[in-house]
Design a protein around this ligand. Sequence first.
Ligand code: BTN
Length: 229
Amino acid sequence: FEYIYLEEIDSTNKFAYDLGKQCKRNLVIVSKIQTSGKGRMDRTWISKEGGLYFSILMDISRVNPIEKINFLASVSVLETLKYFSNENFQIKWPNDILCNDKKICGILTELNVLKGYFVLGIGLNINNKIESSIKNVGTSLYCLEKENFDIKQIFEEFIKNFKVNLYMDNNAILEKYKTYSKTINSNVNLILPNKTVFGRVVEIDFNGIYLLNEKEISIYDVGDCIHLR
Ligand code: BTN
């Protein structure tokens, strides 16, 4: 990879996506803050100083099937967090990293199928304090450990893990993902663009989640999961 370090940008994903159009590849864009960080489903990602915000731009051919990218990313983030903290981190499908049911990391992958590349964007709350508006749903390493961390060191640990996982076979990644998953074997309401469906998650793979509802299994590849107790 080649690395670009910025002080400030609107969104590292947007920056990387534009470079992808110019046929650039194997780039990692890191920024101290983002003024308009993007989240999934058109949400925004608060990106104040103290967090880690970066995007990896790669050729689609490097990950097969391409659906694996979210699994690679979430497993690599989880392993990175485990290296720095003994808290219990879990992956909520598809790729939110939680600790005590609060989100510490968000992942947004954007594909450009026409030009054959993807942008993997990761936002990790490290030393940033969590705004009161999202205190109930978000956390940071600082909130968990009451100490500051070296952001660069965490970034480097992630890149190391990501490179190792990139060369692991598909089953091994899936197995790791499932051991870290909060979603597998639990009951969820899955919010789809036009409706909400309920079921027990009996399997997760690169096709999506397998929801069992009244003896019928349906597979979904998008949606927002609400975990039920
Ligand atoms: C989500 O959980 O909704 C995904 C959040 C992804 C945020 C990261 S921060 C770095 C990269 N640049 C962006 O604009 N978004 C991603």
